[in-house]
Write a new protein. Structure first.
Length: 165
């Protein structure tokens, strides 16, 4: 189980830097230029690669770079994705995408929004919810993809038998 936790955290943190921020980069540079895309998901802000963008951290008082904060929480969610993939025979990429798109987004728009004093469910802004689901889904998909070589699955699939005609 320690291997699942360590690999899940590492791949989740890396997935934030690669897939989450990569999706934001593509949306910022390409989707913002397409009127139909901005009607569906709204305008996308620039990705947070700049380590000088600090995020206030009220309980502890020390500001943390936004990207590092996101990578930490991506690692935590990576552990969740790795544990789910380890325990179930569900398709890995679909599972990763759904955990990111549904799980991460629901926690962000309910629990995190409540802690920050923001309205739940982005105040009913459907564009924000869709954009969050897309970006978080890309993170989950990327985490599952990077976990593939680790072979975390604890079950054995039945061998395929040739079909006789």
């Amino acid at each position: 189980m320690a291997r699942v936790i360590a690999l899940g955290f590492l791949m989740g943190a890396l997935s934030i830097a690669i897939f989450h921020q990569g999706t934001l980069f593509l949306l910022f540079h390409h989707a913002n230029a397409i009127p139909e895309a901005t009607q569906v998901i709204g305008r996308v802000a620039a990705p947070g690669w700049d380590l000088s963008r600090m995020m206030p951290n009220p309980p502890f008082g020390l500001p943390v770079p936004l990207l590092l904060n996101q990578m930490f929480w991506g690692g935590v969610w990576g552990i969740v994705i790795a544990a789910v993939l380890h325990a179930t025979p569900a398709p890995d990429l679909l599972t990763g995408f759904l955990v990111g798109a549904v799980g991460c987004t629901l926690v962000a728009v309910t629990v995190v929004a409540g802690l920050k004093g923001l309205p739940p469910f982005a105040g009913g802004n459907v564009q924000t919810l869709l954009r969050a689901a897309l970006v978080n889904g890309a993170f989950g998909w990327g985490t599952a993809l990077m976990l593939r070589p680790a072979r975390l699955r604890s079950f054995r699939a039945a061998p395929l038998r040739p079909v006789r005609t």
